[in-house]
Structure formats: structure tokens, C-alpha cells
Design a protein around this ligand. Structure first.
Ligand code: ADP
Ligand code: MG
Length: 309
């Protein structure tokens, strides 16, 4: 398996296997002190001519943990797919900028190399590929591409050597309190929900993304998986990384304290606040909010209900 294949496999999970080859990207000069890290503006996206995202605005800066909540069908996973560059979705309006650079035309591979990490709800089984091998390929691909870019722009990033990779993997596994034997397991074969999540979190630790987007299943994480995700995010979140945690339930937020909470309904972010908003939502449920939002958007409540049941 080659390094490029490892990344491709990640994207095949979301149907991006035949994403176009990497294109040369143009660097947009930007002032890091004033440019938001990850900026989603008035994002509209459709699938099969059905508009799902209807003007999403969201800004994530380094060191911030954002939670995105909302009822089933509100468009949370769609947003994650669109951010990843899933080819089935068409962005019809708006922009996604990463460090000031428009990423809409970038394929999923390139987005990953730039430092955008997505953990998906449904990881694939890859028989015969050990965890360690898969991770080494994925990390090598991203690191080497960053090193190439650094060489071109006078930066300091270096490609990773096998020895360095082993050291890094040991270090990250210790940080995440993972057993050494985990590295020799075959990828996702017979993994429990918690182990699949552990694999994703380890991958995130090794790739050291600038922005991590985690989409959690609406059917809920089991307790083991919940612990893995929350401990992992808490161990890895830091001043250099921004996190977008997508969750249907408040439960996860008992373990990860977000700085900001956004609530999505019918393809828009309809309410924003601090961690207290998640608790309020837990207490009141989405129903009360739905009526408020319907009134505010001057939508028929029934229409909104149909769109977000
Ligand atoms: P959430 O993650 O918030 O539960 P989704 O993003 O999965 O919501 O879905 C948002 C809406 O998009 C739903 O109404 C869903 O039916 C619709 N949708 C998702 N995927 C497709 C698809 N492939 N074709 C048509 N509609 C879709
Ligand atoms: Mg979803």
C-alpha cells in the first residue's frame, strides 16, 4: 500500500475514492493575526438537487472547541461531508476558507494535507492492513506533503522517517492510554465501537490537524466509545487546534466542555451560545426551540418539523 492509497482509503469511506488527482494550490497571502482559521460563510449545499444547507455561518479559531448540535436530519452530517469535500454534494453558494484560502476547489486529499481532519461515523474494515501500517502510510503522506510545501516556502517541516514514526506512535498511544497491542491489530476488523473510535482518535493524534471535525452517530456512542472520544479530544485539543464536535446529544458534552455551542435546524445555524446552551437544550428539548425558530424564520412549524424530524 502506498501513502497516497492510505489517504484515498480514508476518503473511499465517504465515496471520494475517485477524487481528482491533487492539483497545485495557490498560496493566498493572509495575515494570521486577523484572518480566522476556519471560516464558513453563507454555505449553501445540495445533493441530487435538494438543498440541504441553507446558509451556514461558522468560524472556528485555533484553540476553540465548538459543538454543533441539532435534531436528526438538520444537516449536521451534510456539513461534515461538504467540509471534507465529498463529491456528491454541490456547493451552490457561499465559501469555506482555511487560513484565508478558499478550499472549495480542493479535493479531499489536499484538504487533509492542509490540516483538516475528519473523523467519520462509519469506518471501513480493511482486512490484512494493520493499524500501524495504515497509520504510517497516512501520516507519511501528510507529513511529506507538508515538508514539500515547507521546502517551497522556506518553512521547517521535514518528512517523517520510519524510526520517527515509531517514536511518535508510541508517544501518542501513551498519551491516549492505548495498549501497545492495538498497533498490530488489523484495521477495524472485529473492532468494537470503542475500538473504531480509538483508531480514529489515534489517527487524529498522529496527523496533528489544525482543525478536527468529529461527526458522532445519531444512534449514540456506547459508553466505551464516548469515553474514548472525550478523553482523546481532551488530551489532544490545545492552543494549536480547533475542534468541531458534531453531536445529537448533550451527553458527550458532559465530558468535553465546548467553548461554543451552535444549534442547527433545517440547514441553518439557528442559535449560538456557550456551554450553557447545551444544558438548556437538554432540559427543554428541541421542540421548544423548533417553535421559536419557526416563528423567527417565518416558516410553517409543520414544514420545519417535516424538514427536521
Ligand atoms: P443530520 O446529520 O443532522 O441528522 P443529515 O445531514 O444526515 O442530517 O441529513 C440532512 C438532510 O439531508 C435529511 O433531510 C436527509 O434526508 C437529507 N439527505 C441526506 N443524504 C441525502 C441523499 N443522499 N439524498 C437526498 N437527501 C439526503
Ligand atoms: Mg448525522
Amino acid at each position: 500500500m502506498t501513502a497516497d492509497n492510505a489517504l484515498r482509503i480514508r476518503f473511499e469511506r465517504i465515496g471520494c475514492g475517485d477524487a481528482p488527482a491533487r492539483e497545485d494550490d495557490e498560496e493566498t497571502m493572509s495575515d494570521a493575526t486577523t484572518t480566522p482559521m476556519f471560516e464558513i460563510e453563507n454555505l449553501h449545499a445540495s445533493i441530487e438537487d435538494k438543498e440541504i444547507l441553507k446558509g451556514v455561518n461558522l468560524t472556528i479559531n485555533k484553540g476553540e472547541v465548538h459543538a454543533l448540535m441539532g435534531p436528526n436530519g438538520s444537516g449536521k452530517s451534510t456539513l461534515a461531508y461538504v467540509l471534507a469535500g465529498h463529491p456528491s454534494y454541490e456547493v451552490t453558494e457561499g465559501s469555506i476558507r482555511f487560513n484565508g484560502e478558499d478550499i472549495l476547489e480542493m479535493d479531499p486529499d489536499l484538504r487533509a494535507r492542509k490540516g483538516i481532519f475528519l473523523a467519520f461515523q462509519y469506518p471501513t474494515v480493511i482486512p490484512g492492513v494493520s493499524m500501524a501500517n495504515f497509520l504510517r502510510m497516512a501520516v507519511t503522506s501528510v507529513r511529506n506533503s507538508r515538508a514539500e510545501e515547507a521546502a517551497a516556502t522556506g518553512g521547517s517541516a521535514q518528512p517523517i522517517t520510519p524510526r520517527e514514526f515509531r517514536r511518535l506512535m508510541k508517544e501518542k498511544m501513551a498519551l491516549l492510554k492505548m495498549d501497545d497491542s492495538f498497533a498490530t491489530r488489523y484495521l477495524n476488523e472485529g473492532f468494537s465501537g470503542g475500538e473504531k473510535k480509538r483508531a480514529e482518535i489515534l489517527q487524529m493524534a498522529l496527523l496533528e490537524p489544525t482543525v478536527a471535525i468529529l461527526d458522532e452517530t445519531d444512534s449514540g456512542l456506547d459508553i466505551d466509545a464516548l469515553k474514548v472520544v472525550s478523553e482523546g479530544v481532551n488530551a489532544l485539543a490545545g492552543p494549536e487546534m480547533g475542534v468541531l464536535l458534531i453531536t445529537h446529544y448533550q451527553r458527550l458534552l458532559n465530558h468535553i466542555k465546548p467553548d461554543f455551542v451552535h444549534i442547527m435546524m433545517a440547514g441553518r445555524i439557528v442559535q449560538e451560545g456557550g456551554p450553557e446552551l447545551a444544558h438548556e437544550l437538554e432540559a427543554k428539548g428541541y421542540e421548544t426551540l423548533r417553535a421559536d425558530v419557526a416563528a423567527h424564520l417565518q416558516l410553517d412549524a409543520a414544514e420545519l418539523l417535516a424538514a427536521t424530524s
